[in-house]
Unconditional design. Sequence first.
Length: 215
Amino acid sequence: MVAPLIRRPALHLLLNVLLPAAMLALLTGCAQHPPQLAPLAPDAVIVAFGDSLTYGTGADRQHSYPAELARLTGRRVINAGVPGELSGAGAERLPAVLARYHPDLLVLCHGGNDLLRHRSPDTLAANLVVMLDTARHHKVPVLLLGVPQPALFGLHAAPVYERLAERFHVPYDGQILAKLESHRQWKSDRVHPNGRGYRQLADAVYRLLQRSGAL
């Protein structure tokens, strides 16, 4: 009867302390080592593609996240954001944007209007797949940003973004927009960041580009 009494504390320690710590370390390690991108040349062109979050609604255009990202990276960043655009229209628009600018990288942040209007999650997923396939067809690497979905308790990126980031093996940030949307000091209205918020977003993209080897 003595042996079980000795084993239970050890099992309790394993399940409640060591195992969660190991899982946290694993997750942290994954977050620090995203899929790798080719280094961006000094004259590289980046296209930031999306809706109002990319356009910079809520701040002056010079303080949109693509403008801030251009200052951080020293690269040309094209602001290809269209306020109010749904993902279906974005999927139709993307080929012409890629053909026009021939970018070295696509930063994709789309689907917010679908989520706000409670459009079909399957339709959003299908349109995002079209965009990612379009970029792959044009041989343009992608960095993906997850857009938070409306929620009663806390904000988190819609699960479809992480699934697609894994499927297409692209660098992904699913936290920054949820973080910005959760703090009033970084917002200009209920949905959009202010200039300080867009700078935070650009900083997050810049750090992910560094971790993925692009910079």
